[in-house]
Design a protein around this ligand. Sequence first.
Ligand code: FAD
Length: 318
Amino acid sequence: MKVTECIKNKGDKTLFSFEILPPLKGENIQNIFNHIDPLMEFKPPFIDVTYHREEYVYKKRENGLLEKKAIRKRPGTVGICSAIKNRYEVEPVPHIICGGFTKEETENALIDLHFLGINNVLVLRGDPIKTEGRFVPEPDGHHYATELLEQVHNMNEGLYLDDSLENATHTDFCIGVAGYPEKHFEAPNIRSDLRWLKKKIEMGADYIVTQMFFDNQKFFSFVKDCREQGITVPIIPGLKPITTKRHINVLPSIFHIDIPEALSDEVEKCKDNAQVKQVGVEWAIQQSKELMEFGVPVLHYYSMGKSDTILRVAKELF
Ligand code: FAD
């Protein structure tokens, strides 16, 4: 079922969903099942699986020269999606990104997903890799999520890159895109960011999932701005329970978001990470309750490889 259909059929309930990361190369898929199993009790209609492109590492050769090597630390998004679909009968939502993909490779990945019966995708640009200061697309790849979205939308219309194909099968992807209550870090201002978000909707995106945020007021004002711009699709808030003291510095630097003073003050007072987890869980529960009252269709949690805190939050709410 498509994410938008899950939302349409949900009645008065707020749905529960979460995002997982593929395991590190060399790890077993059982690690992922161990994260998902305890959360199935809360009946997530869909589970997102992130995509991680290659990174470059430099290895020293015997002659002293450095060798540049591309390594993908977390491959396996498509395989995990298929495993989730078979094992849990839940809709997997693979993330697909522009970075590292030519248009041809994107088309082939979408064909694989379509053959596997996966009808949901979250379409993203991807971040710049660490060795590049800014995002650089593949020579024949996409610069922005809008362009990737156009390719997915075209395939939904039966238009493939090879226009000599006759009677090509229409795919039927439900398309999600990312939104940023605190602005995407490259956008000059929130207005400009919203204009591009609106463009993604006009080009066929069906719903928005937000970057994590810790201050609900930022989400409420984002939703208001979106509605004023004529964006009418469902907007799903993304939440992350803080679990370590490091998070209050690391999350703002990675995700370009603010941690409210009240939360960082509470975390500073904690003696160990068990106490931080407690603070993080309580904050996420309060955020979730307020968002439920606001009427969000789904509460979507970022697990970042750890499900124990999400389990504690879900037990209070679902
Ligand atoms: P875009 O929508 O392309 O926007 C990028 C920037 O360009 C913005 O500043 C926007 O305002 C501007 N812009 C957009 N379109 C245009 C245009 N046509 N012309 C000029 N400017 C434009 N990354 C991963 O690598 N893997 C993942 O699995 C992943 N999952 C994510 C899930 C969620 C819910 C979110 C919120 C983010 C995720 N990311 C992931 C991170 C994401 O890839 C980065 O935030 C990336 O920097 C931007 O992606 P986007 O799709 O929002 O980009």
